[in-house]
Design a protein around this ligand. Structure first.
Ligand code: PLP
Length: 455
């Protein structure tokens, strides 16, 4: 085994880490941790430090670490057939089975699954399909995509544009012109409007209507949204939000893309986030929970209405000119099949709902009275604690105080991983579905200690 000091040197010399302060990393001031193994909700680094991962990696290791069923399925697939492409009608038993399993779990009205590698590329696929669809329908002007401020949809050119977080735009010349953003459904942060929750929903809907009016419905192709805002701060929508938003989109013939990269396959305590909020998507984006991150695989689930037009399009234009070398990669597909089976066998969707409710209560019991804790919120196994300088007025801390990152760092000292969300002083949690109640209590208790040490 390589010595740790050697590995750390190579890491600094050679490895370009995503979402990292490069200069601080080079100076040795940023965290550097080499992870060696994982089991259940815990990971362990090369120094033997064991951490309770209450963010499931990047809210993706939904079934927990160390699942040998999935590892065996991957190994077996690699031995049998590591790769063959999915172009021009090719498939494998794993990819075809997984497509069927995904559709069995998707909301009514969905027709086919296109497989990619990451959430970002699946969203790129969805936008291309939307544009293709409108071109086939003879509506070349209907191309703009509405996204929400604080939405997160990836960090490619288009998906980074759809993402409504400043960090992902800054200095990259994003967002692209076809993308327009609307109000984030973030009730807690819009106290300046002095509205009830229902009135705030109506405000979001009115903002959407005004945007459509301004831009012209005949120029807008689709709306994309996460059922619960994730990277933007773990924010469940205000009451009635999705019903009313959907009605407006339908009225203006604007397609709905539901980004279920985080919520797909159980995280909200329902199989899909769409089930949870009664969404009727035209397209669904899936990734993380599809394989619980045991192998990279994503998907675009296409609704029947769009599918008919896509088929017609290929009669007119020939084969669809869109594909990745690794579309429906057999190893990813084998991981997906084993993962979805495991979720069923262990009843993990129900567990996510039950443990999620328990965990949120535990956080409220441990932290609810703290003067600097403004809101504790969540849905299923997504939870957030938002810190404020003054609870009554909901005043922000100055960004230079880095409250969120400091609390996350203090929590890490207690052996628990939470995530300082990129915008605002928000500590996020999205643990594996196998988290026990004892572990939920441990996370809540240690978070309270971490908060007390910082604030
Ligand atoms: N969509 C959502 C809702 C996400 O949370 C993410 C990643 O966190 C993505 C898309 C992008 O997925 P990936 O990082 O696999 O490209």
């Amino acid at each position: 085994m390589l010595r740790n000091d050697m590995l750390e040197k190579w890491d600094r010399d050679s490895f370009f880490h995503p979402s990292t302060h490069l200069a601080e990393f080079a100076r040795g001031n940023a965290p550097q941790r080499v992870i060696r193994t994982g089991q259940g909700c815990h990971i362990e680094d090369r120094d033997g430090t064991r951490l309770l991962d209450a963010f499931a990696g990047l809210y993706c290791v939904n079934v927990g670490y160390g699942r040998t069923d999935i590892a065996d399925a991957i190994a077996e697939q690699a031995r049998e057939l590591a790769y063959y492409h999915a172009y021009v009608g090719h498939g494998t038993e794993a990819s075809i089975t997984l497509a069927q399993m995904v559709l069995d779990r998707a909301p009514e009205g969905m027709s086919k699954v296109y497989f990619g590698q990451s959430g970002s590329d699946a969203n790129e696929t969805n936008i291309k399909l939307v544009w293709y669809y409108n071109n086939i329908l003879g509506r070349p002007e209907k191309k703009k995509i509405i996204s929400r401020w604080r939405g997160y949809h990836g960090s490619g050119l288009m998906t980074g544009s759809l993402t409504g977080l400043e960090l992902f735009h800054k200095k990259f010349d994003l967002p692209l012109a076809q993308v327009i953003h609307t109000e984030a459904p973030y009730y807690y942060r819009r106290d300046d409007l002095d509205l009830s929750e229902e009135q705030f929903t109506d405000h979001c809907v009115a903002e959407l209507e005004a945007l459509i009016e301004r831009e012209g419905a005949d120029t807008i192709a689709a709306f994309i949204g996460e059922p619960v805002l994730g990277t933007g701060g773990i924010v469940p929508p205000p009451a009635g939000y999705w019903d009313k938003m959907q009605a407006v989109l339908k009225e203006h013939d604007i397609l709905l893309i539901v980004d279920e990269v985080v919520t797909g396959f159980g995280r909200l305590g329902t199989m899909m986030g769409s089930d949870h909020y009664g969404l009727k998507p035209d397209l669904i984006t899936i990734a993380k929970g599809l394989t619980s991150a045991y192998a990279p695989l994503s998907g675009s689930i296409v609704g029947e209405k769009m599918w008919k037009v896509l088929e017609k399009g290929t009669d007119e234009n020939g084969p669809i000119g869109h594909g990745w070398t690794y579309s429906a990669h057999p190893i990813g597909a084998a991981a997906g099949v084993a993962n979805l089976k495991l979720i069923d066998e262990l009843n993990l969707v129900q567990a996510a709902g039950d443990t999620g409710a328990y965990f949120q209560n535990a956080l409220k019991d441990a932290l609810g009275n703290h003067a600097k804790v403004g809101e504790i919120r969540g849905e299923g196994l997504m939870a957030a604690v938002e810190f404020v300088a003054d609870r009554d007025n909901r005043t922000f801390f100055d960004a230079s105080e880095k409250v969120g990152p400091r609390v996350a760092a203090a929590l890490l000292e207690h052996g628990v991983i939470g995530r300082a969300m990129p915008q605002g002083d928000i500590l996020g949690f999205a643990p594996p579905f196998c988290m026990t109640r004892e572990e939920a209590d441990e996370v809540a208790g240690k978070t309270a200690k971490a908060v007390a040490s910082v604030l």
